[in-house]
Design a protein around this ligand. Sequence first.
Ligand code: A2P
Length: 283
Amino acid sequence: MKSLTDCYKLANGVEIPCIGFGTWQTPDGDVCVSSVKAAIAAGYRHIDTAEMYENEDSVGKAIKECGVSRKELFVTSKLNNTEHGYEKTMAAFEGTMEKLGLEYLDLFLIHWPNPIAFRDHWQEANAGTWKAFEELYKAGRVRAIGISNFRQHHIEALMETATVLPMVNQMKLCPGETQEEAADYCRSRNILLEAYSPLGTGQIFQVPEMQELARKYGRSIAQICIRWSLQRGYLPLPKSVNPARIQENANVFDFELEASDVQLIADLKGCVGYASDPDTRTF
Ligand code: A2P
């Protein structure tokens, strides 16, 4: 990858810009509108939101006002945990589209595989949701469909009734948390790995080994993390509301980490915590 607009290619041939602008924990309103605009002005073309983030309105407003044409942008949203099953998924998708103010979505993801509301029948709920996703995909309402926080057994269950395979799995992938089993499984199925919390939701800046690497390469810790993510073959989704940091996080194409440092970062086990277990979490 040489620039923000370079793309990974999904299993269906759709191109997806190699760094996405994350909006988890970005408050709705002016902060969100201005940070998404700042990201687009800095050259990001891929924006990641979710109904659960409660900022789709603001993301949509920024997209409308940014001055870059819709077809140059790649927009992802995710199905909320309360909306699994065929009917609810269809209605939730329309709600998302209305909030975003868009005619089509580039990527729609099931946010979590096993929400508490469906815990005793999550397989069936996901099968219904996926049927809706496939219809939306075949109707051209979404250009690609995928999943988030799914582990191997969740994907295998989905594949019992799926006719279209997920093209993306968005997971917590960051220094010290590489979810090898799920990641290997996705790679073997040509499912692109998107990395949320690539900066460990901001906790990475305290990690001494990362401070040392930042000195070694003469780059910021954030840049080391995002570069690491790309060199691992992930698609990182760094979040920031600060224009200078948004720009900084995009300047990762003019240096390369040595293979031993890529491994060192992967091996910082649990330095910013591990992904939570989708089968036991309480929402
Ligand atoms: P802010 O939004 O104020 O810039 P993650 O992407 O792993 O979720 O991490 C996001 C956190 O990291 C946020 O707290 C964000 O704060 C902070 N952050 C993002 N980019 C940088 C950067 N380049 N330097 C320092 N902190 C950053």
